[in-house]
Design a protein around this ligand. Structure first.
Ligand code: HEC
Ligand code: HEC
Length: 371
């Protein structure tokens, strides 16, 4: 096991290890400063605690599942599965997004049902197909008695015993996640640093298609000085169109499921309810089947793709967009499709170039496997 500081350096790059209790955390090329909430400043002690909590499998009923089971640093902080597997290999309905750069997102989860990293981090413990706990008590029991945790909570928050609550657990997890920042890709060096040799000619042609004929940039945004590759908005692009409720009865059954079980459990245990996307959160009919635009940074490392993991490769994703939101040209055009999704008429070579561009978004420190 490497020491904490060398791991942190490995993760965020030696030059960016600047920890300050200020409103922002220094970021690599191509990214803005990391937003940090005023009531949860970054400190090395809190990061170290969050790191341990993130990797601790004791917070699941089987003692086998931790956050890092599904957000594995050797797999781009996802799990390489179409849909995640929690305790007893129980399958959910959705693909684990990478949490690299989740610190920048305006909302968390594919449907944006949680507003912050702090609030998000309490959910997986209680989800029956993830970590399966009935309530947070078993976690508190461990952190209030384990000597190593007592030491870490004391250093990070100046709290001990019963003073330790889920608020501190969630704050520490969120703080650790705010160190998982990936920029400095070949694209960043090409685009923001003017290094014309940083990207291959195919990737350079792909960038042009990305911005123009492909119109990818209208949702996966690139700004003047930085690029998050998301607009933080929700769109129906045609994924899992065949799972969507077919009539009002099915729709109201899905809504009833959300009301009874709560959104987090309902969407992760029922594919029909999951396919409602943002609608399950807002009940706004224009949000049916709409999901959050994911970042494309490090997308080469995070197959399979889409909220339901239904696309195996980047080539498949590009074919899907080229067909206007359909894997096969012969598939019916999905209902409620976002206006931005139309056939693109890209040649085979242009599609290959677009894939080359997507592969130029990998941050060097996350591409390497860690012991
Ligand atoms: C069993 C697998 C599993 C475990 C365990 C798990 N996650 Fe996740 N995580 C997922 C899946 C699947 C999603 C997407 C769910 C959705 O959008 O409805 C997700 C979403 C997230 C997101 C939102 C990212 C985004 O782009 O919106 C964050 C942040 C996150 N998880 C952090 C954590 C933390 C912290 C823990 C531990 C407390 C954890 N996860 C445990 C599978 C898992
Ligand atoms: C109208 C907005 C919009 C446009 C335009 C758009 N995307 Fe997307 N993209 C999304 C949304 C929303 C998702 C998630 C959809 C889902 O899972 O249901 C997504 C998912 C993806 C994914 C999967 C990422 C992952 O982690 O699973 C890739 C790759 C991708 N888009 C690439 C592209 C490319 C390349 C283009 C241009 C050809 C493009 N997108 C155009 C909104 C858009």
């Amino acid at each position: 096991m490497k020491t904490f500081s060398s791991r942190l350096k490995g993760i965020i790059g030696a030059t960016t290890v600047i920890l300050m209790s200020c409103a922002a955390f220094a970021a690599p090329v191509g990214l803005p400063p990391v937003p940090v909430p005023a009531d949860n400043p970054m400190t090395p002690e809190k990061i170290k605690l969050g790191d341990k909590l993130f990797h601790d499998a004791r917070f699941s009923t089987t003692g086998e599942v931790s956050c890092s089971t599904c957000h594995d640093q050797n797999k781009g902080f996802t799990d390489g599965l179409p849909v995640s597997e929690g305790i007893h290999k129980l399958k959910g309905t959705r693909s684990a997004p990478t949490i690299i750069n989740a610190a920048y997102l305006h909302t968390q989860f594919w449907d944006g049902r949680e507003p912050s990293l702090e609030s998000q981090s309490g959910q997986p413990f209680l989800n029956p197909v993830e970590m399966g706990l009935k309530d947070h008590e078993p976690i508190l029991k461990i952190v209030r008695s384990d000597p190593e945790y007592l030491e870490l909570f004391s250093q990070a928050f100046g709290k001990t015993g019963d003073q330790i609550t889920m608020t501190e657990v969630k704050q520490a997890l969120a703080t650790f996640e705010r160190t998982l920042i990936g920029g400095d890709s070949p694209f960043d060096r090409y685009y923001f640093k003017g290094d014309k040799t940083a990207m291959s000619p195919a990737a350079i042609r792909g960038l042009e298609i990305y911005v123009n004929q492909g119109r990818c940039v209208s949702c996966h945004r690139i700004e003047q000085t930085q690029a998050l590759f998301t607009d933080n908005r929700f769109h129906m692009i045609g994924v899992s169109a065949n799972q969507m409720p077919k009539d009002l009865d099915e729709l109201s059954a899905a809504v009833q499921n959300v009301k009874e079980k709560g959104t987090d459990i309902a969407v992760l245990t029922n594919p029909k309810t999951s396919s409602l996307g943002r609608f399950a959160v807002t009940r706004d009919l224009t949000n049916i089947g709409a999901f959050k635009t994911p970042t494309l940074r490090n997308v080469e490392l995070t197959a399979p793709y889409m909220h339901d993991g239904s696309h195996k490769t980047l080539e498949e994703v590009v074919t899907f967009y080229n067909n206007g939101g359909r894997l096969k040209e012969t598939d019916p055009v999905p209902e409620l499709l976002s206006g931005g999704i139309r056939p693109l008429n890209l040649t085979e070579e242009q599609q290959a170039d677009l894939v080359a561009f997507l592969k130029a978004l990998t941050s060097p420190e996350f591409a390497k496997k860690k012991p």
